[in-house]
Design a protein around this ligand. Sequence first.
Ligand code: GLN
Length: 191
Amino acid sequence: MQVGVLALQGAFREHREAFDALGVSTTEVRTPDDLGGVDALIIPGGESTTILKLLETSALAAPLKERLNDAMPTFGTCAGLILLARVVVDGRADQVPLNAIDLTVRRNAYGTQLASFEVPLTIEGMDGAPFPGVFIRAPVVEAVGEHVEVLAEHSGRPVLVRQGRIWASTFHPELSGDLRVHERFLDEVMR
Ligand code: GLN
């Protein structure tokens, strides 16, 4: 399986490093051709409004929507989750999300004081120590549809979810120094 990492803006290098550490090579995706060559895609954290704009200018928006409709294994982290959502609250007026996962998300919902923090997370089905959840100007998932499975919560809000082969987190597993979330995503989508 060839894993692509959307490399328009944000923390894409850190995702590549996490897969490298797992012995999985990745491709940077910046063009429709790049996207055509991958079997799975990581959408990194960064700034969702900027990434959305760059998706349009790089002509990736339409082919990406098609691949998401075809259930390409995809993992969106932080801004990536915002892009994959069905509904975005406090987005820019013209921020139309990709609607690939049935959830409502509020941008920058922790406010300025708590803009960035780290908390231990209990992830369903993951043994061992809690996972270090790194949150950076994170969004909050306010509602999920019935087909969305919640794998971890913080303060009663979902922070790691999946709907079929589409995964999303409000935290940054690529910045935690812990590879278990990347490993789990790979294990499950390669089955
Ligand atoms: N606040 C950013 C946004 O709205 C997301 C932050 C992140 O990806 N770390 O896009």
